[in-house]
Design a protein around this ligand. Structure first.
Ligand SMILES: [Zn+2]
Length: 153
């Protein structure tokens, strides 16, 4: 059973009570491929494709806009680890360039593929916790719509 905690917020003189969405918990659930709302249902249907709705709590999950943020985060993490690893290895052993390439290129690809889904899940969890885009209480504002989502004239 999921306990829903609420918070009272005041915006512009009006106050409302709404469901609390802790950022750390939501990002952790997304990182672990579970729904950020309930932590039970699967977040991804395929490698990087989210399910439309959570099978457990019916939270809509296809409205996220993770876009390019997960690849940027993965590039930053993997780049720092691999360059640091390359430099540390180069200090200890004297390897040829092709030997370094044979070691670090596959490791970079494997690490990037391994991190992409968890990082995207964490970004979706962050967006859900912050009520961004389709995860808010209200439908997207017209200025938030992508150009191909503009209503017909
Ligand atoms: Zn759920």
């Amino acid at each position: 059973m999921t306990v829903v905690q609420t918070q009272k917020i005041s915006l512009g003189g009006t106050s409302e009570i709404r469901e609390e969405r802790p950022v750390g918990r939501s990002m952790r659930r997304g990182f672990l491929n579970t729904c950020p709302a309930c932590g039970q249902g699967k977040l991804f249907a395929k490698f990087l494709r989210t399910v439309d709705h959570c099978a457990c709590c019916d939270q809509r999950l296809d409205d996220h806009r993770a876009d390019d943020l997960p690849p940027y985060i993965v590039i930053t993490i993997v780049g720092h680890v691999m360059v640091g690893g390359y430099m540390a290895t180069d200090l200890v052993w004297s390897l040829n360039s092709w030997q370094h390439l044979a070691i670090w290129a596959p490791l970079t690809i494997l690490a990037s593929v391994a991190l992409m889904q968890p990082v995207k899940g964490a970004v979706i969890g962050l967006q859900w916790a912050l009520r961004m885009h389709g995860f808010g209480d209200k439908p997207d504002a017209p200025e938030d719509r992508l150009p191909d989502q503009a209503p017909p004239r």
